[in-house]
Design a protein around this ligand. Structure first.
Ligand code: AVJ
Length: 319
């Protein structure tokens, strides 16, 4: 089996340089846009956890039900007796469903961009599963994979839940799947993918009545105020969730309610009334569409598990 490699560790310092460069260049574009990965600072990660508890936000509970139904089947994958690499140390409930079903697993390696979130997740798993070797990696797995903390020569199961793949543009999604395959060519990839469905259901899920998703989106402006000495007036921007049928994706935007100027890291950015910052895409893939990007990334679909409504699917892929 080949040596396993994974994303490079990133220091807080080059993270914050990247944050500033990304924000400023994104706000210079015609359609202002900020990568959704910056939504997940500590506050954003907690708000996202709160979103996953909402009645309106169907993806989490639907994926959990699929995992619960199929965890014993995934135990037959070779990696279930080796190392489980989780991309985005998201929901402990999903992780535990697999860890509980994999008694012979020896290594758990969560990879997450949020160092604090990751630390908490790693500590929790260490306490709950004392016989597991837990190796957290603080990294942005959307960047090309570099050197990994050496994994023993174990079979690998990569767990990539949450339909996070949907947050990438289609070509980026295929490139990310390809990077994962290059880094761990022998691994199985168990990946959660949201499906297209009734526009009203989608709309409610991304603009919930309690306003948690709005707070999650607006936290990005607060983060810029905190970390880049910005002066965004949060009351002057509104959360928008738009179902883009042609692209089969939900888009999140922050709409400027007035014509205004904002200062960020010493620069001035102008907003027209009604102008938006595009903050997230959440692509919804039919099986055919997902198979397209999976194949483009060098993977084959071995298995598909879905809920009874066909709202969400968990795919098992192999290179
Ligand atoms: C990070 C992919 C799970 O796109 O559904 C939730 C992020 N954004 N509500 C998604 C999100 C707004 C979410 N995932």
């Amino acid at each position: 089996m080949t040596k396993h490699v994974s994303p490079e560790n990133q220091t807080d310092e080059n993270q914050s340089d990247m944050f500033r460069d990304d924000i400023l260049s994104g706000l210079l574009r015609d359609q202002k846009a900020i990568s959704s990965k910056w939504l997940y600072d500590d506050v954003g990660s907690h708000l996202f956890e709160a979103i996953t508890e909402l009645d309106a936000y169907y993806p989490t509970r639907t994926e959990i039900s699929i995992l619960a139904q199929n965890a014993r089947k995934y135990r037959r994958l070779p990696g279930a007796r080796g190392a489980m690499v989780e991309l985005g140390s998201g929901s402990s409930r999903k992780t535990d469903l697999l860890l509980n079903a994999f008694p012979d697993l020896s290594v758990y390696m969560p990879i997450d961009i949020s160092a604090n979130h990751l630390k908490a997740a790693a500590e929790r798993v260490r306490r709950a599963y004392p016989s597991l070797a837990v190796i957290p990696v603080a990294a942005d797995f959307t960047q090309p994979f570099g050197q990994l903390p050496l994994l023993p020569e174990l079979p690998v199961l990569i767990f990539f839940p949450g339909s996070t793949i949907g947050n990438f543009e289609k070509t980026e999604a295929a490139a990310l799947l390809s990077n994962i395959r290059s880094a761990m060519p022998e691994a199985s990839l168990v990946i959660g993918v949201d499906r297209p469905k009734d526009a009203k259901v989608l709309q409610e899920a991304y603009d919930d009545p309690a306003g948690i998703t709005a707070a999650f989106n607006q936290n990005l402006l607060q983060r810029i105020n905190r970390e880049l000495d910005g002066d965004f007036d949060l009351a002057a921007f509104a959360h928008k969730a738009i179902w883009n049928e042609g692209e089969s994706r939900i888009e999140m935007h922050l709409e400027s309610l007035v014509q205004q100027q904002v200062s960020i890291a010493g620069e001035t950015v102008s907003f027209a009334k009604g102008e938006t910052i595009h903050t997230e895409n959440s692509h919804k893939y039919s099986e055919e569409a997902f198979e397209g990007i999976a194949n483009e990334g060098g993977w084959q679909i071995m298995d598909v598990d879905s809920d009874e409504n066909n709202w969400f699917s968990v795919y098992t892929l192999q290179a």
